[in-house]
Design a protein around this ligand. Structure first.
Ligand code: NAD
Ligand code: UDP
Length: 318
């Protein structure tokens, strides 16, 4: 299938920049829309010479206009790291609500397929493990993470309403913790933080008792899953995430070893409302999309460490 013209919102961010790249190699014309709140034009600078690529400085919370035909809207705009969304709470709520409304409006206007980047955070601190798409979640609506969780839950509801009321061809992908090149070393998420600390020989800061778990997925695998959903007619939601559930203490130790570092591991204050466990049930993605992750966690972490080691030091964006 030829992807035609694809709008990637949040295209100058971590996942968005990989999506733009992958869509171009598939022969698409890519319009990348971003306001650079947590992303940077540097993430897509290498695509500027491609005549099929266009970067538009645009805030999705305002009116969005794209001239001409659009075949697909991949809606990825939103701060995603807890440090970022806690620094930008209102912006996060606005892009999840108003931004999603405008991206859906664009898809409706153009008759385009729309894909929402949702998140495992809609499951909150889950009482079902692993999490299946049928689980409704355990979210604190007034807790610190609610600015992100509830924005995404609203975005899922709005996407579903546009499908049922306006007949928009929509898909929802619930992405679990993804890592890889082009994360900001200073974005506060566990993997870039641990890698930066290990490479600098500083203490690796693990929150709480470090027994909380996450299941991590290398970016190439996540992007393959997103594209499989985008090119299917599936409405979802569909979980896309890695099978390797690890404690944060285990992850810190693994990163330290792979980086050849002798950093000590330091336990710090627990993060508020931090989910204790997290692992996707990916049966649906396997059965309906033929998707499963391919990159083993040690290999993905090695590639990520090598990328950070070759990059200049941290670059605060916002
Ligand atoms: P990121 O912060 O690197 O990228 C988000 C991008 O959205 C940035 O470039 C930012 O500038 C842009 N943006 C934010 N508000 C905007 C607005 N109002 N208008 C235009 N652009 C705006 O984060 P990421 O990790 O690449 O995440 C991308 C998407 O994937 C997010 O929607 C996130 O919720 C979702 N997601 C990511 C993960 C993960 O592990 N990386 C997991 C689950 C879901
Ligand atoms: N975490 C940590 N040290 C850090 C940053 C994060 O131990 O310097 C923990 C965090 O409290 C959580 C886990 O690592 O338990 C994953 O955090 P991340 O921000 O990567 O993802 P999320 O919490 O959004 O799943």
């Amino acid at each position: 299938m030829t992807p035609g013209t694809v709008v990637v919102t949040g295209g100058a961010g971590f996942l968005g920049s990989h999506l733009c790249e992958r869509m171009l190699t598939r022969g698409a014309r890519v319009i990348c829309m971003d306001n650079f709140l947590t992303g940077t034009p540097a993430n897509v600078e290498h695509l500027f010479g491609d005549p099929c690529f266009r970067l538009v400085d645009c805030d999705l919370t305002g009116f969005v206009h794209v001239p001409g035909n659009v075949d697909m809207v991949l809606h990825f705009a939103s701060a995603a790291s807890p440090v970022d969304y806690l620094r930008h709470p209102i912006e996060t709520l606005k892009v999840g609500s108003l931004g999603t409304l405008h991206a859906l409006g664009l898809a409706k206007d153009k008759g385009a397929r729309f894909v929402l980047a949702s998140t495992s955070e809609v499951y909150g601190d889950p009482l079902e493990h692993p999490q299946r798409e049928t689980y409704w979640g355990n979210v604190n609506p007034v807790g610190p993470r609610s600015v992100y969780d509830e924005a995404k839950r609203f975005a899922e509801a709005l996407t579903t309403a546009y499908r049922h009321s306006h007949g928009v061809d929509t898909g929802i992908v619930r992405i679990f913790n993804t890592y890889g090149p082009r994360m900001r070393v200073s974005d506060g998420r566990a993997i870039p933080t641990f890698v930066g600390q290990a490479l600098r020989g500083e203490p690796i800061t693990v929150t709480g008792d470090g027994a909380q778990t996450r299941s991590v997925c290398y970016v190439d695998d996540t992007i393959a899953g997103v594209l499989a959903l985008a090119e299917s007619g599936l409405a979802g939601p569909v979980n896309i995430g890695g099978p390797d559930e690890m404690t944060m203490l285990g992850l810190a130790g693994l990163i330290r070893d792979l980086a050849g570092s002798s950093s000590p591991i330091r336990l710090i204050e627990p993060a508020a409302d931090d989910p204790r466990i997290r692992r996707p049930d990916t049966t649906l993605a396997e059965q309906k999309l033929g998707w499963r992750p391919k990159v083993p966690v040690e290999e993905g972490l090695r590639r990520t460490i090598a990328w950070f080691a070759a990059e200049p030091a941290a670059e605060p964006v916002a």
